[in-house]
Structures are given as structure tokens and as C-alpha cells.
Write a protein that binds this ligand. Structure first.
Ligand code: MG
Length: 186
């Protein structure tokens, strides 16, 4: 049961995608997210949040604003077990040696620190950078096709096809897939 984890994008995956979200009042959970995460926790998965927030580097809002939005999301989720890790990548797109996805740095650090089993770890997101981060960390990426991020990436479907990345129309379907994949593997 141990060593399982879901790495989760925030905007367009767990909550509604609002470009450069900075006001906690605008945080809205996407349908089915809360119950899917409860199922994952029940199945022994640890949860990690990995969100790119280049708005901090761009000076559009502060790290504290991003943290306040996270807090509001956690409040709305009201999960019985909290997230095991949270990374807000504040770098702009020009920085490649930080935590900004598609860098696998955060995922790799969590795998090492928390003794996760990469075969039982998944990255769920609606943007090519999420999927590439999971791919680069050699865990299983699961793509959400309906998020705003997917619609902004022109080469997205080709990339998914080329790397045979499973794709889903909703977050609960992706989580179900992760749960079933772990049951089959172990
Ligand atoms: Mg996203």
C-alpha cells in the first residue's frame, strides 16, 4: 500500500482555470475532484500539489497570494488527510533549472525523500508541461483533455500520441485509472 502517490496540477485540474489567479474568492473546485481524492487517499495514495505560478516571477501577484489560493482550495476540499507536499514553482518560463514544470525536480525530490515507488506514482494535469514533468521523472503521466491548458498547447495531442500517454475527459476518470493500474500491478 505504501509508495503510492498522485502529483497534481492545480489550475484546470483541481480548480477552475483562471489565468493568473490571485484572489482566493475565485477558487472553485472542479466537479468530482473532492470525492476522487478521497478515493485515492482511501487506496493509500499520498497527494502532492505541483503548480506553476509564473505570475509571481512576472510581478502579477505574490507568493503569498498563490499560497492564499492554495489554502482556500484545501479548505474547500476538506480532505481527511492533507497533501503530503506542496510546490509552488514561481519561476518564469525562461528559468529551466528551478521547479517549474516540465522540470521533474520536485517529483524526483519527493520520490527520494518519501521513498515513493515510481511505478505507483502518477502526474495528473491538463497541460503539456504537467505531462512532460511526469514523463521526465519516469512516473506515469495522465492527461486531462478538457482543461484550458490542453486547449492552449497546439502540439498536445501529438505529444500524447507519441508517448502513449493515457488521456481522460475528467479528473475522476484519471484517478480511477491510477487506482486500477496499482491494483493490477500489485
Ligand atoms: Mg493546469
Amino acid at each position: 500500500m505504501t509508495g503510492r502517490a498522485l502529483f497534481l496540477d492545480r489550475d484546470g485540474t483541481l480548480i477552475e482555470h483562471i489565468p493568473y489567479l490571485a484572489d482566493p474568492k475565485n477558487v472553485k473546485l472542479l466537479p468530482g475532484v473532492r470525492s476522487a481524492l478521497i478515493h485515492a487517499l482511501d487506496a493509500g495514495f499520498a497527494l502532492y500539489l505541483h503548480t506553476n505560478q509564473s505570475g509571481v516571477a512576472r510581478g502579477y501577484f505574490t507568493l503569498e497570494d498563490a499560497e492564499a489560493c492554495n489554502r482556500r482550495m484545501f479548505e474547500l476540499l476538506a480532505l481527511p488527510v492533507g497533501f503530503k507536499g506542496v510546490k509552488i514553482a514561481i519561476e518564469g518560463p525562461d528559468v529551466t533549472n528551478g521547479y517549474r514544470k516540465p522540470s521533474p525536480r520536485y517529483i524526483n525530490e519527493c520520490i527520494a525523500r518519501d521513498a515513493l515507488d515510481p511505478r505507483l506514482c502518477f502526474m495528473i494535469g491538463d497541460n503539456q508541461s504537467d505531462i512532460e514533468a511526469g514523463h521526465n521523472a519516469r512516473i506515469t503521466p495522465l492527461a486531462l483533455l478538457e482543461g484550458a491548458g490542453a486547449k492552449e498547447s497546439p502540439g498536445w495531442l501529438d505529444f500524447l500520441d507519441r508517448h502513449r500517454i493515457p488521456a481522460f475527459s475528467s479528473f475522476p476518470e484519471a484517478v480511477d485509472h491510477a487506482l486500477r493500474a496499482c491494483e493490477i500491478r500489485f
